[in-house]
Design a protein around this ligand. Structure first.
Ligand SMILES: [Zn+2]
Ligand SMILES: [Zn+2]
Length: 482
């Protein structure tokens, strides 16, 4: 296999992997960096000759995996686009929203090259959609060469897949973004126990250490308690979230609090438009779970080592899901963006569950934060990964009394609101990934989707766990023969 990481930076962002296997030229994901603007947010597609890709494999629909797909697809007319049926529903919602955001940013930020793709180009991607049901192997033949492909549930978000390639008697496994633990809205990863030759793995949480007694459910309970305290104290809460996955998970938490009678009613709850559009798609998928195959369970799945929260991972058959009626029960409303002003407090205690999760500039969460941050009765609580170079990452690195600048709004203020971080990540713990690597016994491991420090941690840990394996921490844009 020839392997090239097309992400120009060694970090989470414009995720795209070029893979050459015999006669086959494949692309795994076509992402976009959320913190960069314009052409700088794209993977390096310049090295891909036009009409050379046979298959584009999509792991899931976060923008760091699909945000630039129409850009690369337009020069690859023969490529079929493989993804799960659920991803096939979510993808147009995410890309059409991205198109609208780029149109707005062209004016606001003066980015001439925006939008990077058109609406018909999103439709064209769907025209080449080849659905991959979990656990169902498909064989592709090119010039007599054969390639088998199987998608497995990777947890993380609805429709997300890990991908197995079988070619020339060898197995190559791509984790994609993966989470073994069950969430309220989604089951955990279902990866069958198997030996592979090469493992290409995400490394997002290489630097995230859990205390021994960490429990996901307790972390969520702490978050809920903080929200309740804030609302009762007359303040407002901002929970910055990714519109796909995390938002629905957090709304479920709020709903549980309301149902158990510990979260008072009588205050408005606002969500961003994209998150609400995603809910409509979830509803469609949940009504037809069988058709979309979202309940697939592996016969002999890889299960991470026993820890206290194992019970949350071991129960794929447990009830999970997200239904639109939760939004009705909570009377969730779309965010009134024009009523929210930097430095002007929200008069009535409110709860904002809006994107982006990393407080990227000009997003609804960024705007709400500029309103809440100056007042001590308010709360801003992050629940997932924040890149240190994003406004969210910068805010988390500061403390009370420090000054924080909302550059895009030309507004600076003193941090007086409570700023908290809860570990409710949608990515596997590093120990779980090490366990997976150990179970699969690969002769080579390729690291991807992580910051430099996170990859270094995995490089060392994997070398100890798999002493005979070759651990590759690839240079961006360099081709490796594996
Ligand atoms: Zn993701
Ligand atoms: Zn990702």
């Amino acid at each position: 296999m020839k392997f090239t990481d097309l992400n120009p930076k060694r970090e989470i962002g414009a995720h795209s992997l070029l893979v050459e296997l015999g006669e086959f030229h494949l692309l795994v994901d076509g992402g976009m960096s959320p913190k960069d603007v314009g052409l700088a947010s794209l993977p390096d597609y310049t090295r891909i000759p036009s009409d050379s890709i046979d298959l584009i494999l999509l792991t899931h629909c976060h923008l760091d995996h699909i945000g630039s797909l129409p850009c690369v697809h337009r020069s690859q007319p023969s490529a079929r686009v493989l993804m799960t049926p659920a991803s096939g529903e979510i993808l147009p919602v995410m890309l059409q929203n991205s198109y609208t955001v780029m149109l707005r940013q062209r004016d606001e930020k003066n980015v001439e090259e925006y939008p990077l793709f058109s609406r018909p180009e999103v439709d064209a991607v769907l025209g080449d959609f080849f659905p991959m049901h979990f656990g169902r192997t498909r064989e592709f033949v090119k010039n007599g060469d054969r390639l088998k492909i199987t998608f497995f549930p990777s947890g993380h978000v609805m429709g997300a897949a890990s991908i197995l390639l079988e070619h020339g008697g060898k197995k190559y496994f791509f984790t994609g973004d993966i989470l073994f633990r069950r969430q309220h809205t989604l089951g955990g990863a279902q990866i069958p126990s198997m030996k592979v030759d090469t493992l290409i793995m995400e490394t997002t949480r290489g630097l995230a250490e859990h205390p021994q007694n960490f429990l996901y459910e307790e972390e969520l309970a702490r978050l809920l308690a903080s929200v309740i305290r804030t609302i009762k104290g007359g303040g407002s809460c901002l929970l910055p979230v990714f519109a796909l996955g995390r938002m629905q998970e957090v709304i479920t938490l709020i709903y549980e609090g309301r149902k158990r009678g510990i979260l008072p009613g009588g205050f408005p709850i606002y969500c961003s438009g994209l998150g609400l559009a995603v809910v409509d798609v979830f509803e469609k998928i949940m009504r037809n779970r069988k058709k979309y195959g979202v309940d697939y369970t592996a016969q002999d799945p890889i299960v991470p080592p026993v820890r206290q929260d194992l019970r949350h991972r071991l129960a794929p058959s447990d009830e999970w899901g997200f239904r639109k009626r939760i939004l009705t029960a909570l009377n969730v409303r779309p965010l009134p963006r024009n009523r929210i002003k930097a430095g002007v407090d929200i008069r009535r205690p409110s709860l904002f569950i809006v994107s982006s999760g990393m407080l990227v500039e000009n997003t609804p969460a960024y705007q709400v934060a500029s309103s809440l941050l100056s007042f001590p009765h308010n709360l801003i609580a992050f629940t997932g990964y924040c890149d240190p170079d994003t406004p969210g990452g910068r805010l988390l690195a500061l403390g009370p009394g420090d000054s924080f600048a909302f550059d895009a709004l030309e507004f600076a203020t003193t941090i007086r609101a409570r700023v908290e971080h809860y570990d409710a990540s949608g990515h596997a713990d590093r120990e779980d990934l090490l366990h997976m690597a150990h179970e699969m016994g690969p002769s080579s491991v390729v690291l991807s989707h992580g910051d430099g420090g996170a990859r270094s941690w995995f490089e060392n840990a994997l070398q100890l766990a798999l002493p005979t394996a070759k651990i590759i921490n690839p240079e961006p844009q360099e081709t490796y023969e594996i």
